[in-house]
Design a protein around this ligand. Structure first.
Ligand SMILES: CC(C)(COP(=O)(O)OP(=O)(O)OC[C@H]1O[C@@H](n2cnc3c(N)ncnc32)[C@H](O)[C@@H]1OP(=O)(O)O)[C@@H](O)C(=O)NCCC(=O)NCCS
Length: 243
């Protein structure tokens, strides 16, 4: 049975051999992923150590698909944009499925989990680039991503040939909003209107506050998501005063 999991830093380090194996297999299979052939599992160690550190800092979400024995067969990441003017954006990166596990639907499961986790972390827009004409390009369209355009000769395949890249985006969770348009009487953050928010089980419904909210256990009022998953909302349940 396949399990889809979100990994913290230590489990990422524990899964390093499997992650290295998956990345090396994809590069040796001809995917344009930033690395050149020959590429052995050991070559991937610094890359995954960097990912583990970024996960630990709350900058990256790492999702893996594991088989019944806990071996990683596939993975995908969402990197959180860190610029102050892009708190709502994330970069979808490194969707990888080992060649022995392809065609089983793992990429769909990984993408669904990554989009859901990014939305829960308050991201509303994801962006990715992928080698033009490769299988993954068709897959993203099937998963509801919108194609924006092609950049010629953007990168190299592992064998040294040039490859074009196609840029995609997807709005997830609730739609990104223009702060000016959502502000009340020109102020931002907006004044808080009633009603606040409605929570249905683990699903967060949008409010008209201008940012995603959720109701914490024991709280009477919704709390804004922090832009980083490492900094969850203040459990004191106090709302910022309306401006
Ligand atoms: C792209 C990749 C992740 C797909 O993984 P996968 O687990 O085999 O894909 P899935 O089995 O989940 O298939 C997803 C969908 O794409 C379709 N699909 C799978 N392989 C396909 C192919 N070669 N051509 C066209 N469609 C394909 C499936 O039918 C499925 O559609 P459905 O869910 O509507 O039935 C995998 O081929 C891979 O790791 N490639 C190398 C790395 C890479 O290029 N990653 C992208 C980096 S941006």
């Amino acid at each position: 049975m396949t399990a889809i999991r979100l990994l913290n830093e230590q489990p990422t380090l524990a899964a390093l051999p499997d992650l290295c194996e998956v990345l090396a297999d994809c590069v040796e299979g001809g995917a344009s992923l930033g690395f050149m052939s020959p590429y052995r599992p050991d070559d991937a160690i610094p890359f995954w150590q960097g990912v583990a550190a970024a996960v630990g800092r709350g900058e990256v979400l790492l999702v893996v698909a594991e088989d019944g024995e806990g071996r990683v067969l596939g993975t995908v990441q969402v990197g959180f944009a860190t610029k102050p003017n892009q708190p709502h954006r994330g970069d979808l990166m490194k969707l990888l499925v080992h060649r022995r596990a392809r065609g089983l639907g793992l990429s769909r499961l990984l993408m669904e989990a990554a989009e859901e986790a990014a939305a829960e972390a308050g991201r509303t827009l994801l962006v990715l680039d992928t080698a033009t004409g490769e299988p993954a390009e068709r897959i993203y369209e099937r998963f509801g991503w919108s194609r924006t355009g092609v950049i010629p000769n953007y990168a190299l395949f592992p064998d040294g040939r040039y490859c074009d890249t196609t840029i995609f985006y997807k709005e997830i969770g609730r739609k990104a909003r223009d702060p000016q348009k959502t502000s009340v009487a020109g102020s931002y953050p907006p004044a808080i209107p009633e009603p606040h928010a409605v929570m249905e089980g683990p699903v967060f419904r949008p409010t008209n506050w201008g940012f995603p909210c959720r109701l914490l256990p024991g709280c009477a009022v919704p709390q804004p998501f922090s832009s980083s998953p490492a900094r969850l909302p203040d459990p004191s349940c106090r709302l910022p005063p309306p401006t």
